[in-house]
Design a protein around this ligand. Sequence first.
Ligand code: SF4
Length: 322
Amino acid sequence: MGAVFIGVIDRGTNVLQVRPTTLCPLNCVFCSVDAGPRSKWRQAEYMVSSPEWLAGWAGRIARFKGGGVEALIDGVGDPFTYPHLPGLVSLLKREEGVERVAVETHGWALTIPLVERLEEAGLDRINLSLDTLDPAQARLLTGTPWYPLERIIRVAEYIARETSIDLHVTPVWVPGVNDEAVRRVVEWTYRIGAGKRWPPVTIQKYNVHRYGRRVPRVKPQSWREFWERLRRLEEETGLRVTWTMEEWGMEKRPRVPLPYKKGSRLRVRAAAPGWLRGTLTAVTLDGEWLVTVKRAPRVPLGSTLRVRVAEAYDSIIIAEPA
Ligand code: SF4
């Protein structure tokens, strides 16, 4: 725990984010985490080599939180780049305290045989980010000429109709770019029977992030405008796209206490180059927490350095050299 880009993140609910990999082969024009081959800010990519270790951590935290936890496999990349994905799902399902397992993707790797392996492993839900049903527009939005939209649609319909896995579709709405497409995606999710146990569709708001990509000439909607437009879409289509936490089976839960707060000084061991340029990934000397060091000095890996915590929130620790 401790890093935003890899491992387990606890945001004080019964949903734990489990992040096995930072890799992504796509270049979505709105990517908030600047993933993929055209990334400008990244200097290293990460992958958890042992799915047993990751599942073990998630289970340990799920039990601390009182059980009944959802392990949501997501990340600053696409989890389908993780070669041990079916194994990770079945390991998580075997952890006491983990009640359900879901995974997020933009769908590029979905095939029927892989879906069947994930179903056998016990996967409960796929959150599929599908931003349009138009292949040319999908290639533009994902910045990927080979994005296989037709296959993704076919496999998504198979998931909804033929498997025990639930399908939840999460298009990103880029205002002025895919307005009409989002409406069609919403209608399609209802038509194909997505949302067997969870809501069928949630629309994601396009936001600009410091280290994310920006869509040229597109101004993000304010949250107020976004919610108003969602309500209007619901009125016009007669289909719901907004949900309560209860409908999601989400509730607040105790957080794993952070051992450090803003301003704490500590010694850490330099473990690896940081995920973003100018950062270093370090580990607390007890080996329990990852710490991202900003404005990191060039130090040999394995050496120790003194840092001061600049931000400590959820289960994430960001520090600077002290
Ligand atoms: S939005 Fe998701 S799928 Fe697209 S580039 Fe970013 S991480 Fe990859």
